[in-house]
Structure formats: C-alpha cells, structure tokens
Design a protein around this ligand. Structure first.
Ligand SMILES: [Ca+2]
Length: 343
C-alpha cells in the first residue's frame, strides 16, 4: 500500500502546487509582474514549508474529533498526509473519516485503520459513518501506514494523537526506532491541575484520570518514555465550549465543511442529549498549527496506575499547556473553518 499512498500523495502535491502557482500567477498579473519562474519557485517554497501531519483519531464517539479534523484540513500550514483511526471499531471510524474527507473535497487523503480494541464508549455518529461503504479489500493498516510515512519523511512528520493511544503503543511495539524519527507528537490527554468541568471560573478541584490516557495505560506510558518530543494538551487547556452563538455562526455558512460538521453534530446531539460540544481535540490541532495558542511548560510526567498524569522531578518528557484563552482559540478556529471551502 505504501506505493499507492506515495502515488496518491504525489498527485495531491501536484494539485496543491498547481493551485498555488495559479494563485501566485493571478496575483502577479494583477501587479503587472511577469516573472513566472519566480512565482513558481515561491509556490514551491510555500508548499514545501507545510507541516506534514498524521492525525490519529477515534472519530465517531465524542464530536470533537470531527472539529479537529476540519481544522487540520482547513489550515494552509498543514499537509494532512493521512488519517488513522484508533480504539474500538476502527473500521467504522475509518468509514466516517473517509466520508468526511470525500464530503469536504479531500478524498485523496489516505485513511488507515488501527488495531480494533475493546471499547466501552458509545459510537454516536454511526449512521453517518455507515453510509460510506467498506473498501472491497478493507482498510490499510494504520501501523504499517504510519511507519512507512515516517520512513519516507524521517524527522518531518508530526503525529497529532487525539484518541486513546492504542495505535501509538502498536507503533512503538512494532518499530520503536522508526517511531523516534517522528518530528513530534502533539496529543490531547492528561490532567495536571484541572479535571473535567473545571473551566477556570471557579477554583480548580484538582486533577482526575483523563480518557485518552486512562483507556490504555500501557501505551500511554510507552509514549511518554519514547523520547519523541511531546506537546501535551491536557484537560487544563482544552475544555473549549462551542456555544450556541458560535455554532450558529459556523453552521449558517453551509460550506461543505460546516455542512458535514452539522450533520455529525446533530447525530451526536441526538445520541447524547448534550447541545454543547467541548473541542478538546481541536486544541491539539490548533497548537500544532500555531503553538502560541497554547503556550507550554516543560515537565516530567509520570502516569500512575489510576491514570493520573503526575508532574514529577526529573528531566522533562513533555511540553505541557497548562492554560489557554478560549476566546483567543475560537477567534482562531472559526475563521479558519470558514476560510476553508473544501476543494
Ligand atoms: Ca478523540
């Protein structure tokens, strides 16, 4: 499958380069500039500066993964080279991701499914996912896919991990040396001072085990011991509430992206009874795009047997974002989504 993915990725790069060249060329015409080779070279430089990203997601349970994927696709500073699905029914998650990518014009981005696991969570967006057919020969393996991508681009790939870390653990088990050639991992997970529901308006009630860490403690520990640079977005900085005014602003635009998000939101809302998404995972993507949105502190994190992420003395193994500005985040997030018309 790696050859196929390479071809697909190559085709995509050509499409991106062609678009960029047309854009720069149009600007050059407006400005009376006719130096086409320079415009082409500028376009190549812009394309090559994009951060290569693999998004590892448990899309389909909570709604924030879809909002995170939408942001990754919208950013001109990120090239999503693959979406991998983790935890639970990874095949159904892959169908959901594939449908989302097709609906928003990104059907050329590869989707791969990780090892299926036991999961007690509720797949809230199954109906939308099931419309997408299974591929005749099944999904590519996420572990094979990600390792091949790292080998093609050593030191260049950012893994944005916004699911229980079952795929990450499998990557390390399969080939720890290649895993270490990631540029970095940006993750949503853990809890340092704030627990679920601590939004900074009242005194913090202290940490509690967070879902992505707690669901697979062994894999979480392998990640924090891997030596790969980690940017960690815990509950402290990711409880970002998409309120009704912001939802109306987004959904009323009816772009391919906001229509797909609205469909998934409505199914999630009907399943959970909760009207207000918390965009935990979208902060991991936002921080990968612009680290100033979630400033970090170097810390050494140990994971105890209950799933707490404890800061301890010693050499730092993660850059941890302990606080964020929700208003700042949404002033970044919403324009980014609305500027993306898909393709
Ligand atoms: Ca997630």
């Amino acid at each position: 499958m790696s050859l196929l993915h390479g071809e697909v990725a190559g085709m995509r790069m050509k499409q991106i380069s062609a678009r960029k060249i047309l854009g720069v060329a149009g600007l050059a015409l407006l400005c009376g500039i006719t130096s086409w080779p320079v415009a082409g070279a500028q376009a190549q430089t812009v394309a090559s500066q994009k951060q290569k990203v693999v998004l590892d997601t448990d899309i389909g349970d909570d709604i924030d993964d879809a909002f995170a994927l939408a942001l990754a696709l919208s950013s001109p500073r990120i090239e999503v080279i693959g979406v991998t699905t983790a935890w639970g029914d990874t095949d159904l998650r892959a169908r959901l991701a594939e449908r989302f990518l097709r609906a928003t014009g990104y059907g050329d981005i590869p989707v791969a499914a990780g090892p299926r696991t036991h999961a007690s969570s509720t797949f809230t967006q199954a109906r939308w996912a099931q419309v997408e057919p299974e591929p005749p020969r099944g999904w590519p393996d996420a572990v094979d896919f990600t390792l091949a991508a790292i080998r093609r681009h050593p030191g260049e790939i950012t893994l944005i991990a916004v699911a229980p870390f079952s795929n990450v653990g499998a990557l390390i088990d399969r080939d720890a040396a290649t895993f270490r050639k990631l540029k970095k991992v940006v993750l949503m997970g853990g809890s340092i001072h704030r627990r679920y529901g601590d939004l900074g308006y009242l005194p913090d009630r202290g940490p509690e085990p967070e879902y992505n860490i707690m669901m697979d403690l062994a894999s979480s520990r392998k990640l924090f011991a891997s030596g790969v640079p980690i940017d960690m977005m815990p509950l402290d900085s990711t409880q970002l509430k998409l309120d009704e005014v912001m939802r109306d602003t987004l959904f009323s635009q009816s772009t391919p992206t906001t229509d797909a998000l609205l469909s998934l939101y409505e199914e999630w809302r009907a399943s959970t009874g909760n009207p207000t998404p918390t965009l935990f995972d979208a902060m991991a993507v936002a921080a990968a795009i612009d680290p100033s949105l979630c400033p970090t502190t170097p810390m050494r994190i140990e994971i105890d047997d209950q799933g707490f992420t404890r800061p301890v003395a010693g050499a730092p193994n993660a850059n941890v974002c302990l606080d964020s500005d929700s208003d700042h985040f949404f002033h970044f997030y919403i324009p980014a989504i609305l500027s993306s018309s898909g393709r």
